[in-house]
Design a protein around this ligand. Sequence first.
Ligand code: NAD
Ligand code: DAU
Length: 356
Amino acid sequence: MKSILITGGCGFIGANFVRLAIEQLPAARIVNLDKLTYAGNPENLAGLENHPRYRFVKGDICDASLVGRLFAEEGFDCVVHFAAESHVDRSIEGPAEFISTNILGTFTLLEAARKAWKGTVPLKGQSPRFLHVSTDEVYGSLGETGYFTETTPYDPRSPYSASKASSDHLVSAYHHTYGLPVLITNCSNNYGPYQFPEKLIPLIINNALNGKDLPVYGDGKNVRDWLYVVDHCTAILKVLGNGRIGETYNVGGNSEKQNIEVVQTICDILDEKSGLLSSGQPRRSLIRFVKDRAGHDRRYAIDASKISDELGWQPSLAFDEGIRRTIDWYLENSDWISAVLDGSYHTYYQKMYGER
Ligand code: NAD
Ligand code: DAU
């Protein structure tokens, strides 16, 4: 049986990945190491607590003795590393946590893997593998045309993207220097169930539902390439299974949208599903153009032909369908939104595990 360490499994993408991995990798034991920051919600994995192939460990990836102990106890042959501080706006307000978790935390995991796997590299077959989950933001900002490929030079422009770029470089360096069997994925913007409602799409859905202002930064014409989160998770599974060691794979939705288009689409779908606002106005009337994000990257767009050609991965959902599915999920889980916003979901953790 494979033994997989997943870091940050209580966050948005990590939780979707843990659920998919439990289902799609029936011979894998999964250990989820998560510090439960504001973004980590154990309820995202409700129902798995007593699963025979799942273990949750509350802890910090920067804690070298904890990470080393887990490697010794569990004999991991795979690491899928999601844990990070992930919100650009928070990195502008306070970069320190980003440096600590994203850089030092990644370094701590690399050191633990290097020690645990020493002498076992190179191996025949698939194991071991250290898959580092990263972002398209490391490549900087595009103009009107062009795409990020795996050979685009790094040009991070926020404390968040600089910390992710730094972690990517460490991961690559551990491959080149020590032969650590690493893989890196650089993905575009995700959306879907369990996304903390401070990122654009869940924030707009929640505010639009509650008749609150819809803040659009700058002129609203910044472009992001949107990918449904489960498609990102299937890409990670493909790379984990069949990606070439030492390689980077870009992952994207082939679905570029201006922010204002995304916000208007959400407004229109909610008007259709839930009726107009109590004032009789459509939800587009809530849109407010606000002060721009400092250093706001203008456009991201991914060329995902490498993962498509080598591993046969393609996104399964177009944005039009994915956004409807996402809105339905938030409509059905309004309690989840209130609980994550007021922090009360942590009572679930106390109930299940007896501490916070
Ligand atoms: P998230 O903020 O929703 O979740 C992060 C998780 O990591 C949380 O569960 C949190 O508790 C945990 N965590 C944070 N610091 C930790 C620490 N020191 N030790 C242990 N756990 C810690 O993030 P997300 O949006 O799910 O992103 C996951 C990964 O994917 C990140 O590495 C991010 O850079 C990358 N990524 C995200 C996107 C996106 O659109 N969200 C796109 C591309 C890549
Ligand atoms: O590209 C991948 C990245 O996508 C990931 O690495 C990050 O972890 C993830 O958070 C996301 O970063 P963005 O900064 O692109 O996502 P965010 O949802 O914060 O913003 C999306 C766009 O919407 C961006 O251009 C800023 C804008 N925006 C955002 C918020 C929160 C607004 O106009 N208004 C808002 O209130």
